[in-house]
Design a protein around this ligand. Structure first.
Ligand code: QAP
Ligand code: CO
Length: 174
């Protein structure tokens, strides 16, 4: 499967992803293709909609203290639902679909998430810190929400201006 990252302002990113009901080869091929593209693009999280598949599928690989991302740390979540959330954490987020832009975003500090793995087994995970932030960021993608949608009006305007300038420079350097 050949995948490419969809970038803002592509309207595909606003689509709502559909629940997975078949845990078949096609799902496994999608998951297996998402991992290398996330690693090649220096990502720590990727939702299927970012590679044009409107399915409730996301992967995460939170780096260790030394910055490495062993494959053993890979988490695959299908049909995730946050069942409890509390506290606040502010983290400087980025997104593979919004390259070169980072902003502080407020999220829940502690969450519990229910999901299925690639074989349809039900799992529960308690998360805090960066993992909690990453799960919330990726679940937002499944609902068509980007981290820039959470910015206050003036910061969003500043973003639009900077981002348009960057896209223009990208074009003229081609
Ligand atoms: C979402 O984000 C996230 O702009 C995953 O040039 C973000 O992997 C979770 C990336 C923050 C938790 C905290 C962004 C790579 C990667 C860029 C990413 C870029 C290259 C973003
Ligand atoms: Co993202």
């Amino acid at each position: 499967m050949n995948l490419t990252i969809v970038e803002y302002p592509d309207r595909k990113l606003k689509e709502k992803s559909k629940k997975i009901d078949k845990f078949d080869k096609e799902l496994h091929e999608l998951l297996d293709a998402m991992y290398p593209i996330m690693m090649q693009t220096n990502g720590i999280g990727l939702a299927a909609i970012q590679v044009s598949h409107a399915k409730q599928v996301l992967i995460l690989n939170i780096p260790e203290e030394d910055g490495t991302q062993p494959i053993e740390n890979l988490i695959e979540m299908i049909n995730p639902i946050i069942t409890s959330k509390e506290g606040e954490i502010i983290y400087q987020e980025g997104c593979l679909s919004v390259p070169s832009f980072y902003e502080d975003i407020s999220r829940y500090e502690n969450i519990t998430v229910n999901f299925q793995d690639r074989n349809a087994n039900t799992k529960t995970l308690d998360a805090d810190g960066l993992l909690s932030v990453a799960i919330q960021h990726e679940i937002d993608h499944l609902n068509g929400i980007l981290f820039i949608d959470k910015l206050a009006y003036s910061r969003r305007k500043k973003f639009e201006k900077e981002y348009k300038r960057m896209l223009k420079e990208k074009k003229t350097s081609n």
